[in-house]
Design a protein around this ligand. Structure first.
Ligand code: SF4
Length: 625
């Protein structure tokens, strides 16, 4: 990378070594004149996380009322009851805005003095029932805190009732900037940082993932922006429940805080996106919110570290009341074009960032776990483009014909054998795996009739667990879904985790679960065979030439890694808290060639699978896991 600002070179070294950036590093990034190098650094980090993908969602904003008991100085949206501008939407008004293709309903608004609690629950419940395919993302931490105080319920009880009504995730608004100085100046009636984090950590504990935001470009300093990011990074270390970070550019409006036309500059917007991508190393996504940035800046931001542009929105008021110059809604085709203009793959997502549709050709699915890095570390992509996606979603996209190739979970590969052809490479264990782990309060035989929380990410590990329970230990347990990253595990008798999350907990332990079982070890002790977790395969419909090209590229990437995984250990391993030695030992435990013993292991597993399906245990369908 060509870095002209010498201050940036040591920071880039730290990033490549998986080290965390400090406030001083952040200031150096923010104040650099070498904006292109900053953007390229952020883009490389984003590429490592989400490849060529940029996400968007078909969403509908519902701003149910602008009547608000608070009077934040920077707000052009709020009105008092009786004001000419004041409005309140009825349930019918809300339903009239919903169309069948919507996948996310985003609800935020003012805080009126006289709405009863049941009206909010009814709003969420009605939307959930009308559009069960859409996920409800509702109420900022400020609104949740308002409900807690007004209706005299704990924050946890407020969230539990909303969750029961259909709430799936929460937006990140209301954070503004975590600075007491600025809070006193601009929004002194609002909860501060502690209150905001209390709400979000409670939501994460209940299995509700949330977003996070930062309002910048008003009276805050660069240090205050960076402290805001560092606080979020610390909180993410604790809970892992934040999906994305959204820097919100301040819209000057009529509040007098800034002159009416004094929008943030495009350079400031792009720097903020890039700096947040580099500082927030534990956040999966950074959103360039086109409503506040404009379409033009958003498209450029997709090469400055952002991998999400929000969605169709369907009529926005809060930012537009403050003078935003973007349209209030946008067509899906325009979003796709914006992403293509940036040279990226448009990926339509749901509220959890699961890909629903991919709008590009030559796309390869990439499992975002450490054990598949040797396939990608030196992969020359040539005509192919990479889409990081958890195994379960890879199967869904391949079934829709939207992926050309990938490292498929074994269950998906077996289900799609008619359309997929193996490439001779796989992820197979020799004996233990260390990253498909059952954390349990009970021994295997005492799990009879108990409830096991299972990862949402893959089918194969779930089916392996089922085979071990039913066929090896003759025990029947009930499975219930977890969402990766947000865990209230205490209510389960055992929890199955996979991938990097399992590796982390294998090292650090999982509170409340004394026993830890490695599923591949359990299989090996029983069958004296490796276990094949995933198989590289390509669509049969593609020309032979593509098959040969990809098989060759994979072989070259593996050869480039050789038996020495030190370079991977230095970067990828450190990111998830493993030492170089631990990473190396972990990777050396896999066999990547789909040989005769691996084929035999697949045959044995397939037989067990068929027996379970015949006896009505599990449905043998990978969509289950
Ligand atoms: S920013 Fe939110 S809480 Fe503050 S006055 Fe506006 S609507 Fe009310």
């Amino acid at each position: 990378m060509n870095i002209r600002d010498r201050k940036l070179a040591p920071i880039w070294d730290k990033i490549q070594q998986g080290q965390r950036l400090t406030l001083a590093d952040g200031l150096a990034l923010y104040t650099t004149q070498d904006v292109i190098a900053l953007g390229r650094m952020a883009n490389e980090v984003q590429q490592a996380k989400s490849g060529d993908a940029v996400y968007f969602v078909l969403n509908q904003k519902i701003e149910h009322t602008n009547i608000c008991v608070l009077s934040c100085k920077f707000c052009d949206f709020a009105a008092k009851k009786g004001d000419e501008r004041a409005y309140e939407m009825t349930t019918e008004d809300v339903l009239a805005k919903l169309t069948p293709e919507i996948r996310e309903v985003h609800i935020t608004g003012g805080m009126p003095p006289d709405w009863p609690w049941e009206r909010y629950l009814d709003l969420v419940r009605t939307i959930h029932h009308r559009l069960p395919e859409a996920d409800v993302k509702a109420f900022t931490a400020v609104e949740i805190d308002f409900f807690h105080k007004k209706f005299r319920m704990s924050i946890e009880e407020v969230l539990r009732q909303l969750q029961a009504a259909g709430l799936k995730t929460m937006p990140g608004g209301g954070a503004e900037i975590f600075s007491e100085r600025v809070r006193k100046l601009l929004f002194n009636q609002k909860i501060g940082a502690k209150g905001w984090f209390d709400v979000h950590s409670t939501a994460h504990r209940l299995g509700i993932p949330t977003n996070s935001t930062m309002l910048y470009g008003h009276v805050e300093t660069l240090e205050e922006r960076l402290i805001h990011m560092i606080k979020l990074r610390d909180a993410q270390d604790e809970t892992g429940g934040f999906l994305t970070f959204i820097p919100l550019a301040f819209q000057p409006g009529e509040t007098g805080i800034k002159p009416r036309n004094m929008f943030t500059s495009a350079i400031d917007d792009l720097k903020t996106i890039a700096v947040s991508r580099l500082m927030l190393d534990n956040f999966p996504h950074i959103k360039a919110y086109w409503v506040m940035l404009t379409e033009e800046v958003t498209s450029v931001a997709l090469n400055f570290g952002a991998d999400d542009i929000d969605g169709t929105v369907g009529g926005e008021k809060i930012a537009h009341d403050a003078g935003a110059t973007s349209p209030t809604t946008i067509a899906k085709e325009k979003l796709i074009q914006m992403i293509r203009d940036a040279g990226k793959i448009p990926v339509e997502r749901d509220v959890y960032y699961n890909p629903i549709h991919v709008y590009a050709d030559n796309v390869i699915g990439k499992i975002p776990y450490l054990n598949s890095v040797p396939f990608h570390a030196h992969l020359e992509k040539q005509q192919f483009r990479l889409l990081p996606v958890v195994p379960r979603r890879m199967g869904v996209l391949a079934a829709q014909g939207e992926l050309d190739a990938g490292l498929f979970s074994l269950m998906d590969f077996l289900r799609l054998e008619d359309v997929l052809e193996p490439l001779g490479w796989c992820i197979a264990t020799r004996d233990q795996v260390k990253s498909v782990m059952l954390f349990s309060k009970e021994g295997w035989r005492d799990l009879e009739g108990k409830t096991i929380g299972i990862t949402d990410d893959t089918a194969t590990s779930v089916q392996l667990l089922r085979v071990l329970l039913e066929k090896k230990y003759h025990v029947h347990a009930t499975f219930e879904r977890l969402h990766a990253g947000v865990n209230d595990c205490s209510r389960f008798d055992a929890v199955l985790l996979i991938g990097d999350e399992a590796l982390r907990h294998n090292k650090a332990g999982l509170d409340g679960f004394e026993l830890v079982f490695d599923l591949a070890s359990e299989w090996y002790e029983w069958q004296k065979l490796p276990f094949v977790f995933a198989v590289w395969a390509i669509r049969k419909a593609l020309p032979e030439e593509s098959r040969r090209d990809l098989a060759g590229l994979l072989e070259r990437s593996l050869d480039a890694c050789g038996d020495d995984f030190a370079s991977i250990a230095g970067t990828h391993g450190r990111r998830i808290g493993l030492t170089e030695a631990e990473t190396q030992e972990y990777l050396e435990g896999f066999n990547y060639k789909l040989g005769e013993r691996e084929q035999e292991a697949i045959r044995v597993f397939r037989r067990f699978q068929a027996e379970l399906a015949a006896s009505g245990v599990g449905n043998g369908d990978s969509r289950e896991g």
